[in-house]
Each structure stands twice: as structure tokens, then as C-alpha cells.
Design a protein around this ligand. Sequence first.
Ligand code: FAD
Length: 302
Amino acid sequence: MKLLLVGEVHDGRLTTETAELFGFAARLGAEASMVIAGSVDDLPAFDGRLYRAEGGHEFDATFHKRLVLDAIEREQPDAVALLHSSYGWELAPRVAFAMNAAQVSGVVGLDDDGGYVVECCNGKMLRTVRPLTDLAVLTIQPGAFAAAPMAGSPEAIAIEAAQDAAIEFLGCIEPERGIDLSRAEVIVSAGRGIGSEEQVELVRALASALGGEVGASRPVVDAGWLERARQVGSSGQSVSPSLYVACGISGAIQHLAGMKNSGFVLAVNTDRDAPIASVADVLVVADLAEFLPALTTAIRAR
Ligand code: FAD
């Protein structure tokens, strides 16, 4: 199988998740080539062809579409794989539409029969789909495939593409982040299991006792119990603290994608079989309402 991977560049660097695309290719046993748009210093190490194009803004999807279409024409891959990120969401449908190819969004696994496993019903169920077109365009859920060890030296091929005649890209404004969790050494995150906005105070108290920041899973943010800037996960921030305390968080893949690089993970959950157990160094099976005040008091007493 031949895969064309689309590397993702931010601030002149390849995103760390880009290495997971190589992990996906390795799981498929596929021959991989990659296309990267934009100037990057840290080129990926792999054995294959690397299509590079300078110029064009890193978020100009119309320009990137042309580069990917050019690389598809040269490579003739069976599938194109992008990350399931805001970059991939914007680019994948454009490429799929232009190629009349099936698009499979948010791949989290593979079945033994060439099918792609994706989540549905907001992550509560899985389904397996099999593209019927010669070319498939896939977006790969960050965190679903381990990054492959990088080795080798790719054959670099320069490509050029014209700007889209119909659309002029004027620029891109970075949102103000307000709260930057990416440098926090300790994060105590509230999940839906905390139960109510009032109970979030228990999480704040523990974070304060530990000298850390407060994070959140998406339902907590959607409920308005904590600011959106505190959301950890694939559509929130990626964090890598020394200590991550997950309070009433089940461990959905979108949440794990944002905290999988944490040092020590302490999870508190009433359900010993919650998926967070698979990434936790310690799982405390307890009710948050009882355990958090006890832990906070014990830490303050030290
Ligand atoms: P739940 O899954 O409802 O889990 C609650 C947990 O609390 C359960 O494990 C339960 O056993 C436990 N619990 C209940 N009561 C107690 C108690 N009293 N004491 C202790 N434990 C208790 N999610 C994110 O977090 N971040 C993202 O960036 C993100 N992006 C997404 C992007 C997309 C495109 C989609 C489709 C989903 C995204 N999600 C994201 C949502 C994600 O799929 C999950 O729905 C979400 O992470 C679940 O949050 P949770 O673990 O807090 O809630």
C-alpha cells in the first residue's frame, strides 16, 4: 500500500503529532511519502520521498490543496493521510472533493480487513468503514497511533503551486490564549464526573494546594463551569506537566490526545474500568466529593 502523508507545520516547525502519521503508516505496513508546505528547519527522518513547497501561508488551505494534488499526481498513492486537526479538517475535504475520493474522518484504528475504525455518537460508539474509491483521504485522530521512531533520510523533491485564482488569502489572526497550560508543571483537571459548577471548587482547591493550574475536559467547558482556554485535548490545549490529576475524566481519545505527554498521571474515578486507567500511573477508585477534600487537606498539612 502507498500512503501520502501531509505534514503539519506551525510556527516554522513540524507539529509533534506529525510523527504519529508515520506511526499510522507503520501500522498499515505502507510505503510512505510526505508533502510539507512551508519552510521548516526540522525535516522528518524517514525513508521515502519528501515533497516540499516553500511559500504560501501555513494555514492557506487553497494553496496547500494544490500542492497535495500535485504530490498525488506524482505519487499515485492508495490513500492520503492528514491529521484530524483544524488544518486537516479544512484541507481533507478539499482534496477529497477534487479527486472524487472517499473521505474518512477521525481514524482511531484499523480492522484486520482493510477497514478504518472511526468514532461516532460523540465518541460513545465505534464503526468500521471501508472506502470504495481507488483513492481515500483520511484524517487520523491525534493520540490514536503511537509516533513511529524516525530514521532515514528522505529524497527531497521541490514542488511549486500557483495560488488559487478564485480566492485571495489575506492573513490569519492567532486567538488570544489568555491561559497557557502548556508550561504548567502541575495540572488538576475537572471532568464531567465533578458533577456541578460548585464542585469545581474542589478541583481549584487541590490545584492551589499543589501550586498548579486548573484544566478541564470538554463537557465541563461546554457546560460553562470553566473557561474554554482551560480545555485539554484535541480541540483544546496540548499539555505536558510533570503531574496531571484527572478528576472524573473517563479518558476519551480526544482528551488523551492533549495530555498523553504528561509525566505522572493520577486519575480519580468511581469506575475502575474507565479508559483513563490505561494511561494512569495511579488510579484511585473513589468519589471525588470525598477524595479531593481529603487529599487537599493532607497536602496542605505537609
Ligand atoms: P465522561 O466521559 O462523561 O466521563 C465522566 C467520568 O467521571 C466517568 O468516567 C465517570 O465514571 C466519572 N465519575 C462520575 N461521577 C464521579 C464521581 N462522583 N467521582 C469520581 N468519578 C466520577 N474532550 C476533551 O476533553 N477535550 C477535547 O479537546 C475534546 N475534543 C473533542 C473533539 C471532537 C471532534 C469530539 C467529537 C469530541 C471531543 N471531546 C473532547 C469530547 C470527548 O469525546 C469526550 O466526550 C469527553 O472527553 C468526555 O469528558 P469527561 O471524561 O469529562 O466526561
